[in-house]
Design a protein around this ligand. Structure first.
Ligand SMILES: [Zn+2]
Length: 188
């Protein structure tokens, strides 16, 4: 399976770091790249082909940067996963897809389930916020394969301990979500 990983926001945070913790200055772009890079290693170990691209240009809006959607569609990837960190003070994980009833919804559910199962034992406050349709997200709208955008936790809540201390668990959970999805496709 060809897996395209898109850590959210601009590489190196320039010009867009995503959300930033107001006290410790932890940045979404850095966390997302950490999770994406680790996740790619686990997926390759599981036999997947992986491309990873973190770029300020999602769908042609910033031509000075490589285009994420074009790269995923041109490969073409079998699945697309955009990795993010939330802000706003909530708790837990949520995973977006174009349509919860489609293959992207299945992929979203696989990843969401693994994240919650992996992280909630460390902190019962880490909530399952569910899978949600969000067809206007351009990486979900314009990719031609099942695609999800996973929000792994909140940078400005007690989730920050999980985000910083359990990045490897987050990466493994996303990878297991992908292999769960692949196993579902392979099952008769
Ligand atoms: Zn983001």
């Amino acid at each position: 399976m060809r897996v395209f990983l898109n850590p959210g926001h601009a590489l190196g945070g320039d010009p867009d770091p995503g959300c930033v913790n107001p006290t410790c200055r932890l940045r979404e772009c850095d966390l997302a790249l950490t999770y994406g890079s680790l996740c790619g290693k686990y997926l390759e170990a599981a036999g997947c082909s992986v491309q990873l691209l973190q770029s300020h240009n999602l769908y042609g809006e910033a031509p000075g940067f490589p285009c994420v959607v074009d790269a995923a569609n041109a490969w073409p990837a079998d699945v697309f996963i955009s990795i993010h960190v939330n802000a706003g003070g909530g708790r837990g994980a949520e995973t977006f897809c174009y349509d919860t009833a489609g293959a992207g919804g299945r992929l979203a559910r696989c990843i969401q389930n693994q994240l919650v199962k992996s992280l909630s034992p460390f902190d019962a406050g880490y909530k399952d916020r569910g899978i949600k349709a969000h067809p206007s997200f351009c990486v979900l709208r314009h990719t031609t394969m099942p695609a999800v955008l996973v929000e792994t936790g909140f940078i400005d809540s007690a989730d920050v301990t999980l985000l910083t201390q359990h990045g490897d668990d987050i990466a493994r959970a996303i990878a297991r979500g992908v292999t769960d999805y692949a196993n579902f496709l392979a099952s008769p």
